[in-house]
Design a protein around this ligand. Structure first.
Ligand SMILES: Nc1nc2c(c(=O)[nH]1)N[C@H]1C(S)=C(S)[C@@H](COP(=O)(O)OP(=O)(O)OC[C@H]3O[C@@H](n4cnc5c(=O)[nH]c(N)nc54)[C@H](O)[C@@H]3O)O[C@H]1N2
Ligand SMILES: Nc1nc2c(c(=O)[nH]1)N[C@H]1C(S)=C(S)[C@@H](COP(=O)(O)OP(=O)(O)OC[C@H]3O[C@@H](n4cnc5c(=O)[nH]c(N)nc54)[C@H](O)[C@@H]3O)O[C@H]1N2
Ligand SMILES: [Mo]
Length: 903
């Protein structure tokens, strides 16, 4: 939209506004309160309620101001007796068809309809006069959805729910449907439960009445009971949705997406963000420190727990050296907490053996993109996807794992963008996409090289970009030569026709964006896969502009931040290498500890191996649950059991803490101050809404206490002070402060107070100067199906659960959607096994066996089994392969070989 000034007159007042503005917005911006029920600034006008009518000089009749765009010289009357009378009648008509018994409506006080009825002083008789029939038929509310209730008696048929579902979330689940004498918005198959509604609640958030309401999570409340609303960042995935927590009596009772203009989510949320907060108040939260005494956990005071922990850690350090201790930082915790964690290990303990779940996640992304571009982060902001002409999504089940990011992809699709999905599994995003290619698992380098081969052959490459912005093209050209469509088909199973189609769509679009996640990284060739995607983007000149780029969707709420803060064995905060003497000197001076270790520390899997060999004797695990999330659990279990001392900080008892010597109760995201950095490098505030349960404390507070007791005093008044220290030592965060974060939405690099932050990377030049092509060859997965283990086992996630499910399985609504473990298996295979839906399958790999109920599904190809890793009763990581990618040390969680038998 251009922003030329437009002058209009409203009620005799001259107003300067911008071209393209809708009249209703222009009026409201100037404090002129035109009423409306169905209009939301962030959606197209519906023009259905007719409350916002105005008179425009020179136009006959009354016009809806929501759908009128301002024009120079427009002269408007927003309010006179006639207009108000029309509005009153309109309102009476609406109310005539509405249950206006507000005294028993729990939406009372938060209802636009109620507000307007009061404003226009409507009385009941006036409405009854308009009733078509004396006794309105009672239409039963639909309460079948786990998260919301739909009461047709309160629906005013404005259609805003339908619009929120379609235009914002891109789901198109709701539509008007004829139900005898009335038409109500309804899910496509009448009951909510049977519909494809996934429970995001966007409709509820936008409903102007009580027709659509949240099912109460922590009891019913009235708006006047709300003590405060606290703006914070979601604690689940890496999108970093901004939301408001509504608090009553120290309990979160409702969650709303922050304003429609607040990035990255523009008010949108998903089912976990909006409804998955019940765990906060769970009775099972850890409340007091626990020490294992003679085999059983005993409640102890903080003094005792901290003294004991510090003493044990110091003892091991002094006996066996600093490298006999290792720590797992946490992508669930704040930046400030991760900063303190690595500072504790580097300065107080003296080792670089700090790592975290990023190793099992996007380690190849960092390794690959740093080499190719100079930075491992997402090149473009999430919301940029809505503007792309072509989006290639591969190895990312976006609608389940980054649901709000998926809304932007669907927005692009609904605008006419080409969506190409390349995924072995028939994921939801395939609906409405232009093309779905189904490669065999672990064949990515082959098809990506194949795409480049065709792009070069068909003249779709951006030669100018290659010449001016990249190096080493000739080597790439050589490397992709052998990857003819036939060779690619042999390896990956993708046909030449489809491969060509994909190459043409991606290569010809003016703004093409690549989106990827674990399907690309969790392989022994993870780094190669990422390098290949970088090659593809550079060949087509699709980097450094809006709505293009190579975009790894980073998974955890703060995995970007945990990496930025140096929760990694080779770098201080801001990716400053521990091996660089000048950098070390900087930290030695600032931290008052010298010498700091120069040697790279151990990665997650190396820690486990060293523990089983006795070289690592003590571990501290903050906010991770490797006893369910690491590959080859039998090995992890043996390793953790071999430790002399294990301390775990968590919010719940977990499979991992069950093996600990000390368990320290931590505060969860809604109970502390801090910041997260989302997948788009956006630094976002985390704010305290409720008190932590029992004696639990923020992770950083626990860590400073232990550090002080180990002879390295740390004293911070608050998390803001920690952020000051981070900014002073971390150039990419140099300009970040809580003061600025109050009203600025900053993306790093943000080197100084004056710097506005960086929305997209590699604009004029790559972070490393020129982009570097890497010739990569195809290497098959470490384990392939054979006679003994004929199935390919793939693992991953479901929308409703989050990793080891400590939080999501303590939320009733989410459990209603996905109550228990299952394994997806193709009908052909199920028939061959003589098994049916729900039958128990015994699944065996070279490393272990589990039992899991079968779910018949064409989402997986024949010969493939998919098992989510959320469920402790079927812990799929007993089976997974811990073979590593040599460059990044990520295990091959996406492919292993297994055998399936009917129990
Ligand atoms: N609901 C929910 N959301 C989450 C999480 C969660 O636990 N639950 N976790 C968060 C975290 S930490 C992360 S890292 C992200 C992960 O987000 P995703 O990577 O989207 O999650 P996965 O379920 O692992 O899905 C991987 C996708 O890769 C595909 N795939 C499997 N093998 C291959 C292959 O060989 N090649 C290709 N090209 N594709 C393949 C799978 O079919 C699947 O679609 O999700 C984040 N969001
Ligand atoms: N088979 C298979 N395995 C996988 C994957 C896969 O695709 N397949 N994906 C891998 C990936 S990408 C990832 S990221 C990992 C995730 O693996 P993990 O990080 O181990 O999984 P989470 O369940 O997120 O564990 C986080 C722990 O932190 C706790 N917690 C939450 N908030 C806080 C807090 O504020 N403070 C503290 N102290 N604790 C808190 C939770 O209760 C939970 O126990 O799993 C990996 N494992
Ligand atoms: Mo992850």
């Amino acid at each position: 939209m251009d922003s030329k000034n437009v002058n209009i007159i409203i009620d005799g007042q001259s107003i300067s506004t911008r071209s393209g503005m809708r009249l209703l917005d222009a009026a409201r911006e100037h404090g002129i309160d035109i009423p409306s029920l169905c209009y939301k600034k962030h959606m197209l006008p519906l023009d259905s309620c007719r409350m916002c009518v105005v008179r425009v000089k020179g136009l006959a009749g009354l016009k809806s101001s929501c759908s009128l765009v301002v024009e120079e010289g427009m002269d408007i009357c927003s309010m006179d007796d006639e207009i108000e009378a029309v509005r009153r009648t309109t309102l009476e008509l609406i109310l005539a068809d509405h249950d206006y018994d507000c005294s028993i409506c729990h939406q009372a006080g938060e209802c636009t309809l109620q507000d307007l009825a009061y404003r226009y002083q409507i009385d009941a008789q006036g409405c009854r006069d308009f009733r078509a029939v004396e006794d309105r038929p009672v239409v039963e509310p639909d309460v079948t959805s786990p998260v919301l209730e739909f009461d047709p008696g309160k629906c005013i048929r404005c259609g805003i729910c339908i619009q929120a579902c379609s235009e914002l979330q891109g789901k198109h689940v709701l539509d008007f449907m004829d139900r005898g004498m009335q038409v109500f918005p309804s899910p496509e198959y009448w009951t909510w439960k049977e519909s494809s509604c996934d429970g995001c609640g966007e409709c509820v958030q936008n409903c102007p009445t009580a027709a659509l309401t949240e099912k109460p999570v922590n009891g019913r409340f009235r708006i006047s009971d709300i003590d405060k609303r606290v703006r914070t960042s979601c604690g689940y995935c890496g999108v970093g949705c901004q939301m408001d927590l509504w608090v009553r009596n120290n309990q979160v009772v409702k969650v709303r997406g922050a304003g429609a203009d607040v990035l990255p989510n523009r008010g949108r949320l998903c089912v976990k963000g909006r409804f998955g907060y019940q765990f906060l108040g769970s009775r099972e939260r850890l409340r007091v420190p626990l020490i294992r005494k003679k085999g059983t956990f005993c409640e102890v005071s903080w003094e005792e727990a901290l003294d004991y922990t510090a003493q044990k850690l110091a003892e091991i350090r002094d006996e066996s050296g600093p490298d006999s201790l290792a720590g797992l930082a946490s992508a669930r915790c704040t930046n400030e907490e991760n900063y303190i964690f690595q500072k504790f290990f580097r300065a107080a303990v003296g080792t670089n053996s700090v790592d975290h779940c990023a190793r099992l996640c996007h380690a190849p992304t960092v390794a690959g993109l740093v080499r190719a571009f100079g930075s491992g982060a997402m090149t473009n902001p999430i919301e940029d996807l809505a503007g792309a002409d072509c989006i290639l999504v591969t190895g990312a089940n976006v609608s389940e794992t980054h649901p709000v990011t998926a809304t932007y992809i669907r927005n692009a699709r609904d605008r006419g963008a080409q969506i190409i999905v390349i995924d072995p599994r028939k994921i939801d995003l395939i609906q409405g996409s232009t093309l779905w290619l189904r490669p065999k698992s672990g064949t990515d380098v082959a098809w990506i090289n194949g795409l480049i081969h065709i792009i070069l052959e068909e003249g779709l490459a951006d030669r100018e970009f290659i010449r001016t912005r990249t190096d080493n093209f000739v080597a790439l050209e050589e490397a992709v030569k052998p990857f003819t469509p036939r060779v690619v088909e042999d390896i990956s199973g993708i046909s030449e026709k489809q491969l060509r189609q994909a190459a043409r769509l991606y290569g010809a679009a003016s703004k093409s964006s690549i989106v990827f996640a674990m399907g690309i990284t969790q392989h022994i060739t993870g780094t190669d896969n990422v390098l290949s995607l970088a090659n593809l983007a550079m060949v087509c000149g699709q980097v450094g502009r809006a709505s293009t780029g190579v975009n790894p969707l980073r998974g955890q709420n703060n995995v970007q931040g945990a990496c930025d803060m140096g929760g990694l064995p080779n770098v201080f905060p801001g990716y400053q290498h521990v091996s660089d003497p000048e950098i070390r000197l900087k930290f030695e001076t600032a931290w008052g500890r010298a010498p700091l270790a120069a040697k790279t520390g151990l990665t997650v899997m190396e820690m486990m191996n060293s523990a089983s060999e006795g070289r690592v004797r003590g571990m501290m695990i903050m906010g991770e649950n490797p006893m369910l999330s690491d590959p080859n659990l039998n090995h992890v279990e043996a390793s953790l059991k071999a430790l002399d001392f294990l301390v775990v900080q968590d919010i719940f008892m977990t499979e991992t803490s069950a093996l600990a010597d000390v368990i320290l109760p931590a505060a969860a995201f809604a109970e502390k101050e801090g910041s997260f950095t989302n997948t788009g490098r956006r630094v976002l505030r985390v704010r305290k809404a409720v008190e932590p349960p029992g004696e639990s404390r923020a992770d950083w507070q626990i860590l400073t206490e232990i550090s002080t007791r180990m002879g390295y005093p740390m004293a911070y008044k608050n998390s803001s002070q920690i952020m000051k220290e981070i900014a002073s030592l971390t150039p990419i965060y140099g300009g970040i402060s809580y003061e600025r974060l109050e009203d600025e939405n900053l993306q790093w690099p943000c080197p100084s107070q004056e710097h506005p932050g960086t929305p997209f990377l590699h604009k004029e030049q790559f972070s490393r100067g020129k982009g570097l092509f890497h010739p990569v060859d195809y290497i098959p997965p470490a384990e392939r199906p054979d006679k003994e283990y004929p199935f390919v086992l793939s693992t991953g996630r479901l929308l409703y659960h989050y990793h080891t499910a400590t939080m999501t399985r303590r939320s009733e609504a989410l459990n209603d959607f996905a109550p228990s473990a299952y394994g997806e298996i193709n009908g052909e295979d199920l028939d061959r096994l003589g098994a049916g839906e729900g039958d128990l399958l015994k699944v065996t790999s070279r490393r272990g066996e589990i039992v899991v109920p079968a779910r018949k599904s064409d989402r997986v190809a024949p010969g493939v089994l998919f098992i989510p890793f959320h469920f402790h009763e079927s812990p799929v990581n007993r089976l997974t392969n811990d073979a590593l990618d040599p460059a990044s040390k990520i295990p091959e969680l996406k492919v292993s070989a297994c055998r399936v038998e009917l129990v």
